[in-house]
Design a protein around this ligand. Structure first.
Ligand code: ADP
Length: 236
């Protein structure tokens, strides 16, 4: 198994209050899965995603990558984030470089890439997201909304992750860009990348995901093949 959550509880602790956002979550993701995580607003979807690459640590329970506890003392969490890449909501808001190259190179440079290897990683990532490498000299601010989101994804793909985690990856895109972004995710998945994405659009979920996880009030309510789960969602 590639990535597992075992009996994960998570509490947001604040002075004078505590909110349990995940309750006894058990999930396992295999190489090549395409999983959509769905559930009402505030049900724990983003909290769940942030456990998958160690941004949040379970209050109780364990997260395993290839069978190893990612919060064990000897485990290299920084290296895990090369293998488990995360695209936040509206990632283009975080583009900061003067050039597209600078933006895409940031992640791999932090993970030890340099010189020709770094250039190659940037070019490969641009091609993967369907953009021409000649774009790398442009300012990210001169790009269209769809191109910016692809550049943000390229920055994640540049470290060659095995798992791609995405929080509402098509939110705010126009229908054409939405369509082509989903096609891109499907292509990456066919090439072997495991995709785990939060979405609230059931039509897009039914088109691209093979498996659906339903979360409600911090608990996993259902987990199974997309057709089976979505046809059972009368309450939705
Ligand atoms: P979703 O992604 O499904 O909308 P979240 O994972 O963002 O849900 O939130 C789950 C619950 O945790 C909600 O009740 C939310 O208000 C709470 N929550 C999220 N982030 C924080 C935080 N930083 N501090 C305290 N509570 C939080």
């Amino acid at each position: 198994m590639l990535l597992e959550l075992r009996h994960v509880d998570f509490k947001y602790e604040e002075p004078g209050s505590s909110l349990t956002a995940l309750k006894d979550v058990n999930l396992a993701f295999d190489q090549g899965d395409f999983v959509a995580v769905i559930g009402p607003s505030g049900s724990g979807k983003s909290t769940l995603l942030m456990h998958l690459n160690g941004l949040l640590k379970p209050t109780d329970g364990r997260v395993l990558y290839k069978g190893k506890d990612i919060h064990a003392k000897w485990f290299d969490l920084k290296n895990l984030r090369c293998h488990v890449g995360m695209l936040f909501q509206f990632p283009e808001a975080n583009l900061f470089g003067q050039t597209v190259y600078e933006d895409i190179a940031y992640g791999p440079a932090n993970h030890g890439y340099s010189g020709k290897d770094l250039e190659k990683a940037v070019d490969r990532a641009l091609r993967q997201v369907g953009l021409d490498p000649s774009l790398k000299i442009r300012s990210p601010f001169s790009l269209s909304g769809g191109e910016k989101r692809r550049v943000a994804l390229a920055g994640i793909l540049a470290t060659n992750p095995q798992v791609l985690i995405l929080d509402e990856p098509t939110a705010g895109l126009d229908p054409g860009n939405k369509e082509s972004f989903l096609a891109l995710l499907s292509k990456l998945n066919r090439q072997g990348t495991t995709v785990i994405m939060v979405s609230h659009e059931l039509t897009e979920v039914s088109r691209v995901a093979r498996r659906v996880v339903v979360i409600s009030n911090g608990r996993i309510e259902a987990d199974g093949p997309v057709r089976k789960i979505l046809t059972g969602l009368d309450f939705w």
